[in-house]
Write a new protein. Structure first.
Length: 249
């Protein structure tokens, strides 16, 4: 089970436990809602002890992943108990094509005529899906891949009648309007780079249908929360909106 960690302010005149754990559900996803008391004057040392105590309780309950509050800075205390933040890597890769569109529109560029480059260390299902979506949306798609790209190129031409440029030069990759990196590339520089392997890169704006939005807990890290909901199958294809458009994730 996944935990949802939240801060709560102390209430005047009421004595409450500094850490409470209760099983609840968010959009039918069962979570261990873990509430840690934090006031504006709570010392850092006290907060660290409380987070550490929360981590110990969650570890005893078999929890290894948690959706954390936005801007959470006590990850080390949780890590000491084997609890890590919910990964957003799968979500980032699922959103890649819509993320490219949003990034180009934010720069005032036309997505349809833009050159989009994709770099990956190997041809995975996520790479195939992203490249296919990009080819259907953009006129020029470049793919830098050590091997396996020829068959994908033939498949795209056969099924959709679109072409894919294989083996682009470094200059072509850096000159593309958007660069999608599935794996680290320290030799490339592009102002519009999506580093899908790097969870520290801010995600694009993401929204859900209004009825779902109202059910989301306030203050939670949005990327981690949506990633958990998606991995659990709670979010169906088309229910995450990137920028102003619906994505098929």
């Amino acid at each position: 089970m996944i935990a949802l960690l939240e801060w709560t302010p102390p209430e005047r005149g009421k004595r409450k436990k500094s850490v409470t754990v209760k099983e609840e559900s968010v959009l039918h996803l069962r979570l261990l809602r873990t509430v840690v008391q934090r006031g504006p004057r709570t010392p850092e040392a006290v907060l660290r002890r409380r987070v550490l105590a929360a981590g110990k309780r969650l570890r005893k309950l078999g929890v290894t992943q948690a959706v954390l509050p936005e801007g959470f800075s006590y990850g080390q205390e949780l890590a000491r108990n084997g609890i890590r933040p919910v990964s957003t890597l799968s979500l980032r890769r699922a959103l890649a094509a819509d993320w490219v569109r949003w990034a180009l529109e934010e720069k005032g560029q036309s997505p349809a005529g833009a050159r989009v480059a994709v770099c990956a260390a190997q041809l995975t299902g996520e790479v195939v899906r992203t490249v296919t979506e990009l080819c259907l949306r953009h006129r020029y798609v470049l793919l830098d891949l050590p091997y396996g790209g020829e068959e994908l190129c033939r498949q795209l031409r056969r099924e959709y009648g679109v072409s894919l440029l294989l083996g682009p030069s470094k200059e072509q990759l850096e000159g593309a309007e958007a660069l999608v990196l599935f794996d680290p590339r320290t030799d490339l520089k592009n102002p519009t780079s999506l580093t899908l392997y790097d969870e520290s890169q801010p995600l694009p704006p993401m929204g859900l249908p209004p009825a779902m939005e109202q059910s989301l807990p306030a203050g939670a890290d949005r990327g981690q929360l949506l990633a958990a909901l998606r991995e659990a199958g709670v979010l169906r294809p088309g229910q995450i909106a990137v920028g102003g458009g619906l994505s098929q994730v």
